[in-house]
Design a protein around this ligand. Sequence first.
Ligand SMILES: [Zn+2]
Length: 98
Amino acid sequence: MRLIDADWVLGHLKPYEPSDEEWGVTGGTALRLIHNAVDNAPTVDAVPVVHGRWVTHYLSGTTVAEGYVSTCCDMWNNRKSDYCPPLRAKMDGGNENV
Ligand SMILES: [Zn+2]
């Protein structure tokens, strides 16, 4: 995944006013302009947010007697914290596959 600066892309797609004399572009030209802007957009330093949730068993299926296991990295924790300690994953139940 390449995270790009959307503001930069939008800035490079102007002018976009239909009344502009430059507006007479075809759909194909418009797509090329968009692809060109996205391809050339600077990347941003960011890390995708990892989501997980607390369950009472490991991925292997083994149930824990106490505490909880994170779905993101299969690590045990004594309580349901808002973030998984190893990954700092947000424990809100999103991204079921992590
Ligand atoms: Zn985790």
